[in-house]
Design a protein around this ligand. Structure first.
Ligand SMILES: [Zn+2]
Length: 119
């Protein structure tokens, strides 16, 4: 759990609002609802993961650092290839070739997974 404004992890519970846990950031006093839905991540986390990927980090590295499952990051990268959302370093994102490489990567991973589970 991090503050959506200042990224501080110094968060205190602040009662409930409409059945959802409310939090307050001790550092900047920002109040926010529990925005970490089990099925999704904030746009901020997503962008940070994608920036890590664009800067050469592997999916496992991103998973370790950002605590986002690597398949989620892979999905985001594929999504990025389709839509190219507004990221600050948009110009530096390689387009087609990167996605080809990504799919090759995913293909190998899948094969490895099949082998792993059958042995
Ligand atoms: Zn804060």
């Amino acid at each position: 759990m991090k503050c959506p404004r200042c990224r501080s992890t110094h968060i205190h519970k602040n009662g409930k609002q409409r059945g959802k846990q409310n939090y307050i950031c001790v550092k900047c006093s920002r109040q926010f609802i529990d925005f970490y839905e089990p099925k999704g991540y904030s746009q901020e986390i997503k962008r940070e993961c994608l920036e890590m990927y664009v800067n050469g980090s592997g999916f496992r590295t991103i998973e370790r650092v950002k605590k986002v499952h690597h398949t989620t990051v892979i999905n985001w990268v594929k999504e990025l290839g389709n839509t190219l959302p507004d990221t600050p370093e948009q110009d530096e994102i390689p387009e087609i070739t990167q996605i080809d490489e990504l799919e090759t990567f995913i293909g190998k991973k899948k094969q490895n997974l099949v082998v792993d589970s059958s042995e």
